[in-house]
Design a protein around this ligand. Structure first.
Ligand SMILES: Nc1nc2c(c(=O)[nH]1)N[C@H]1C(S)=C(S)[C@@H](COP(=O)(O)OP(=O)(O)OC[C@H]3O[C@@H](n4cnc5c(=O)[nH]c(N)nc54)[C@H](O)[C@@H]3O)O[C@H]1N2
Ligand SMILES: Nc1nc2c(c(=O)[nH]1)N[C@H]1C(S)=C(S)[C@@H](COP(=O)(O)OP(=O)(O)OC[C@H]3O[C@@H](n4cnc5c(=O)[nH]c(N)nc54)[C@H](O)[C@@H]3O)O[C@H]1N2
Ligand code: SF4
Ligand SMILES: [Mo]
Length: 731
């Protein structure tokens, strides 16, 4: 268990040492340069408002286009994610448009890792023929489409797969937030709340790092809260870079967050600090939960979490007193998005703790966001495909998973069992990031057709029969993005420069043309502009206005604080007890459950997380971002000095990391900022595609060590149920 003196000392040292990294992650350009060049004569500069594609925050950006080339980006002042600033990835990833390692033409696989260029017409014809044959022989339930949903994909991709008669549309959430989403959805009726950080008095982050998994406006809101005197506590086995803002770091034993939240809930009841009025008016099942909570004393939780009973009691009491301006931030991936067998239950417990504080729809609390009211295509003119009667693969096994997202890794499992024959991957790299790469490769080899639509030669593209080259986000218009939150709005991605490679095509065009080859062009008989016009119709905003502004917010539709909305749960209330869980064969109330595996004296749990300068696997091949990795040795794994000493390992040593699945070699960063039971591996490395020359061979991918698995409730990947041993090797 961690010595609190060590962690405190490490905390102070780390805060100073990491300031540089965090500020590098939120740097923003000033407008001075634009004015300077404008004043200097001949150069033509255009400014185009659009959105970033560096991560799922999709910040608003202003592209400054100099003589037809992308010159620089600045943050869109109105977009809720950017609020005028961009992060380092936002600036760096845009260089992709001019990368020499992009996909430039359709490719057909002719052998292991071997491809030949083909025409679009040939690609469409062969893909359509194969899809139609597979469906004719096996029915449409054996084809699937998976993506990281971005604006155009969100509309076109489900429509395309439905036109094939298949319900099998999946998103990346299975290795992101499926557990949290299921936990929240069945408790509050939304997969996530947002947090009114700037007005909160007491904020707890459980494995959510605004300082690493950066969204510029979130960093700003945290700085505002701090300035106003909010108390900020981070719960993380690792002192992450939010530490710069925090008053306190609780170095929890990984995988035990559920015990912490249960014990804090226990304290709220014991001290009579929960919101009885809120519970009476807006919830069901509280009595049952309160009875279960009697078991979960702070002393009980201390043994599991390593956080002292006094600390648990003090923090829960202070949060109870600060309510409703106190909250556990809803989190994302870090602690309970997709990591452990108990993650969905942690999600539920967090949502319920916030409900006990009565902070839902309160200033400084948890917000159930509002959505913009957008229009749809006229069905008389533009028919939609019929909703397939089949159930989405995976829904039977995981009925608690949020249906729209599904359980994407069921595609691999069913392929392994011969039940999934075809997969389309758009804007996704499942071969590297969704599950154990060896498992994925074997499963994918059993499918008759894999089509990948990407901008670079990803690990998934390498395993595909056909690769279709998308244009980059700098070169395309997209469908309108609806922004939900405290104040809803809309944003538009727009083409900033001419296509660099003539044989690349935007996704809406690819789907429409492939639909024609498949024989269902009637479902794609509209242009992207017609779709956008239809979406805009009810807003009273013209397409021209949106094109000019890029982001438009609807302040009139801001959620009314202090007013509880009707929830989308079966009871329309907060569910302390869930019939849905009972129907699925689980306890209707949250109970403590252990993670599946736990490290012993001589082993570690492998945990992972983001770094401010990279996104998943997609940015690793960006030279100016990878250079930062190399300059600061950021690909190293983190190990606590106590464990390092025992193993004879010094800072910078080369070690071998061994699990049931793989052996990797990497150098070590020895630091007090990590719990002794855990090894932390930054998540962005271990690219194996030889076509990504900048990225290949740097660090290792944590997924190599993750056994292919599903969390029983949400179907999430259980990606931190991983035990490793580490030993020093010569290097
Ligand atoms: N820089 C960057 N930012 C991003 C992204 C990116 O790729 N790069 N991706 C975006 C996306 S898709 C996502 S999902 C979010 C993720 O956003 P976050 O969830 O905030 O990010 P992570 O770094 O994955 O995890 C946060 C912290 O969880 C900690 N953690 C690990 N295990 C445990 C545990 O058992 N208990 C607790 N309490 N903490 C634990 C890690 O040490 C880490 O510091 O980031 C978004 N923003
Ligand atoms: N190893 C590893 N695995 C992870 C994570 C990680 O950080 N590391 N993060 C986890 C999390 S939180 C999430 S949300 C998921 C994310 O999982 P993915 O969505 O698969 O994210 P990436 O691994 O970045 O892969 C994105 C792919 O989209 C491609 N791409 C980028 N821009 C475009 C474009 O404009 N058009 C098209 N067609 N393709 C494009 C990239 O080249 C890349 O191949 O991964 C999870 N798994
Ligand atoms: S947080 Fe950074 S990478 Fe993500 S969308 Fe915003 S600027 Fe782009
Ligand atoms: Mo994610």
């Amino acid at each position: 268990m961690l010595d609190s003196k060590i962690s405190r000392r490490g905390f102070i040292k780390a805060s100073a040492a990491t300031t540089v990294l965090v500020s590098a992650g939120t740097a923003s350009f000033q407008n001075w340069s634009s004015k300077y060049v404008k004043a200097s004569g001949k150069t033509e500069i255009k400014e185009i408002a659009s959105t970033c594609n560096g991560c799922s925050s999709k910040c608003g950006i202003i592209g400054h286009i100099k003589n037809g080339r992308l010159w620089k980006l600045t943050g869109h002042p109105d977009h809720p994610s950017s609020k005028g600033k961009l992060c380092a990835r936002g600036h760096g990833y845009a260089t992709l448009v001019y990368s020499k390692e992009r996909l430039t033409q359709p490719l057909k696989r002719v052998g292991e890792g071997k491809f030949e260029p083909i025409s679009w017409d040939q690609a469409y014809k062969e893909i359509a023929d194969k899809l139609n044959t597979i469906i004719k022989e096996n029915g449409p339930g054996v084809v699937s489409l998976t993506e990281d949903p971005r604006a155009t994909g969100k509309f076109y991709s489900p429509r395309f797969i439905q036109a094939l008669g298949s319900p099998n549309y999946y998103t990346h959430h299975v290795v992101c937030s499926n557990s949290r989403d299921a936990g929240f959805f069945h408790t509050l009726g939304v997969t996530a709340t947002s947090a009114d950080i700037g007005s909160s008095k007491y904020i707890m982050f459980i494995g959510r790092s605004y300082g690493d998994a950066i969204r510029p406006s979130s960093v700003q809101s945290l700085a505002d809260a701090k300035e106003k005197g909010a108390k900020i506590v981070i719960v993380d086995p690792r002192l992450n870079n939010t530490g710069n803002f925090a008053n306190e770091w609780l170095a929890i034993r990984p995988g035990t967050d559920l015990a912490l939240v249960l014990a804090m809930s226990h304290v709220l009841i014991k001290q009579n600090l929960y919101d009885t009025e809120f519970i009476k008016n807006y919830s069901i099942g509280f009595e049952e939960y309160a009875k279960e909570l009697e078991n979960y004393t702070p002393e009980w939780a201390e043994k599991l979490t390593g956080i002292s009973a006094d600390t648990i009691t003090r923090i829960a009491t202070d949060m109870g007193k600060a309510k409703p301006k106190a909250l556990i931030e809803q989190s994302w991936r870090g602690a309970f998005g997709c990591n452990y067998e108990n993650s969905t239950e942690t999600g539920r417990a967090v949502a319920l703790f916030n409900a006990m504080l009565g902070n839902i729809q309160q200033q400084g609390g948890s917000i159930i966001g509002a959505k913009s009211h957008l229009g749809a295509l006229d069905p008389a003119k533009y028919p939609s495909p019929k909703k397939p009667e089949l159930k989405k693969a995976g829904q039977e096994e995981f009925p608690l998973a949020y249906e729209e997202q599904g359980v994407a890794t069921i595609v691999a499992k069913n392929a392994m069992e011969g039940k999934m024959k075809a997969a389309i991957f758009h804007h996704a790299n499942p071969a590297l990031g969704y599950g154990n790469p060896k498992y994925m490769k074997k499963a994918f080899s059993k499918m008759d057709l894999i089509v990948t639509i990407d901008v670079q030669m990803s690990e998934t593209a390498l395993l595909s029969h056909y690769i279709l080259p998308d244009v980059t986000y700098i070169e395309r218009d997209e469908a309108i993005e609806s922004l939900s939150g405290k104040t809803p709005g809309i944003a538009l991605r727009q083409q900033m420069v001419e296509k660099v490679h003539p044989e690349t095509k935007p996704i809406h065009q690819i789907y429409s043309e492939l639909a024609k080859a498949c024989g269902f062009s009637q479902y794609f008989n509209f242009s992207l502009d017609e779709l956008n016009e239809a979406m805009l119709a009810p807003t009273g905003i013209t397409y021209q206005q949106l094109r000019q502004k890029g982001t438009i917010m609807f302040p009139d539709m801001t959620v009314e604080l202090g007013k509880m909305p009707e929830l989308k749960t079966p009871s329309k209330k907060v569910e302390f007890s869930s019939e849905k869980f009972k129907e699925a064969g689980f306890s209707p109330i949250v109970k403590w459950g252990e993670p599946k595996v736990s490290p012993k004296e001589d082993s570690f749990r492998l945990i992972t997380g983001k770094q401010a300068i990279h996104s998943h696997s997609q940015t690793a091949n960006t030279p100016i971002l990878m250079q930062i990795t190399k300059d600061y040795d950021l690909e190293r794994i983190w190990m606590n000095p106590v464990r390092a000493k025992d193993l004879g390992i010094k800072d910078g040593d080369l070690v071998e990391v061994k699990s049931s699945e793989a052996v990797s070699k990497v150098r070590v960063k020895v630091t007090e900022r990590i719990h002794p039971e855990a090894i932390f591996v930054p998540s962005h490395y271990g690219i194996t595609s030889p076509y990504q020359k900048t990225a290949v061979g740097v660090g290792f991918g944590y997924m190599e060590h993750v056994p292919f698995d599903f969390e029983a409730r949400s179907g999430a990947g259980n990606i931190q149920e991983v035990i490793v041993k580490v030993r020093k090797v010569k290097g």
